[in-house]
Design a protein around this ligand. Structure first.
Ligand code: ZN
Length: 373
């Protein structure tokens, strides 16, 4: 049962407020945080800003390219159990008609059951490299096309697009969409360093799943990953599952990226379901253990959950504050959403409560309990 909590204390030991751990309990009322640092505090439990995942293809048996409102509700309920309070449904490269339909369905979701906030779509394609397509079907990849991009944005809510800047008309597309307020992330790209620099100068603000599906970093050609790491104005999204990135690479990101690091899961419908054969768009994906791959072995999204990503980052040496910011405050700053990613007096009660092992005990969205262990 889902209900809104009024005039209530969470019963926690401490809270993560403005990046620091503040001892004391948290009170909420009417969907907002009304107090932090309150005494008496409970013996255990940390309240943190709920997690914001910018790249979720699907979850718990639901693939968002094909999902209806019931599917979103089912996926959302499962995502809430991983501490997620807001997410960008992510559509991989698909036939244009399928992409338009998926965006349009997203636009009809008002009134879905309570759960994580469903943010405008992340379009991961079709404006990507044929050389670095990864799990995307190369048949669906297209050159930069501002008219098509406008048509996709007109079909429903689109907030974020991953683009390969080196494709024909790629830089024009980036400048066009960034000018419309769409967040542009660079990825699935064979760009050299100079092209990456040009794309960031023209409005791109992030890199999609760094080091995966992009030209490698070399001494005299830093490529997209090297340029992204070097620029203080670029956010770095990363799949920290110790499969997409070696542990040493994860440690490099902790050291080099600081508050520009954004954890993403890139989860697919197999997440939370176990081994088997699943879909990602119209691709068949084989899942064994923690790995999701096409038949040819190409990694195809992940079965990672955001709470596990946070635990992984801490295991690699990040502080708790650092890891939690990478799952909440940093993605909110990338989206320029000051209503997300913070736990603060007067702000929305979008909260995850974690135990000493960083397992999710409870998730609230707008003061409504959407998950309890
Ligand atoms: Zn990808």
């Amino acid at each position: 049962m889902v209900y809104t909590i009024r005039h209530m204390r969470l019963g926690v030991f401490a809270a993560l407020v403005a990046g620091s751990i503040v001892p004391g309990d948290v009170s909420i009322d009417g969907g907002r945080v009304t107090g932090v640092g309150l005494l008496p505090a409970a013996a255990a439990g940390l309240a943190a800003p709920g997690f914001v995942d910018l790249q979720v293809n699907g979850f718990a048996g639901v693939d968002f390219v094909a999902a209806d409102a019931a599917g979103y509700a089912r996926a959302g309920a499962a995502l809430a159990g991983t501490g997620v309070v807001a997410y960008q449904p992510t559509f991989i490269s698909s036939p244009v008609a399928a992409c338009v339909a998926a965006i349009a369905r997203l636009g009809t979701l008002d009134g879905t059951p309570l759960g994580p906030r469903v943010l405008p779509a992340h379009l991961e394609g079709p404006f990507l490299s044929r050389v670095q397509h990864g799990a995307h079907n190369p048949e669906y990849l297209l050159a930069g096309d501002t008219a098509l991009a406008d048509a996709l944005c007109a079909a429903g809510p689109v907030g974020y697009v991953t683009v390969a800047p080196e494709i024909d008309y790629g830089l024009e597309l980036i400048e066009h969409l960034a000018g419309r307020g769409v967040v542009i992330s660079l990825g699935h790209s064979d760009a050299d360093g100079d092209t990456a620099i040009a794309a960031f100068d023209r409005g791109a603000r992030a890199v999609t799943h760094i080091f995966n599906a992009m030209r490698r970093w070399a001494a005299r050609d830093p490529g997209l990953p090297g340029v992204a790491l070097s620029r203080s104005d670029v956010f770095v999204t990363a799949i920290v599952d110790n499969i997409h990135l070696a542990p040493e690479t994860g440690r490099l990101l902790i050291a080099a990226v600081g508050d520009r690091l954004v954890l993403i899961t890139d989860a697919i419908e197999a997440a939370g379901r176990g081994d088997g054969l699943y879909r990602l768009g119209d691709r068949a994906v084989h899942v064994r253990g923690a790995e999701a791959r096409l038949a040819d072995g190409t990694l195809a999204g992940s079965v990672l959950s955001m709470d596990q990503a946070v635990r992984n980052l801490v295991s690699l040496g990040a502080s708790l504050e650092f890891a939690l910011a990478a799952a909440s405050r940093n993605p909110a700053r990338l989206l320029r959403r000051d209503d997300l990613g913070e736990l603060q007096v007067g702000g929305p009660a979008d909260i995850v409560v974690l135990d000493d092992r960083l397992e999710v005990r409870r998730t609230l969205v707008g003061g409504a309990e959407v998950y309890a262990a």
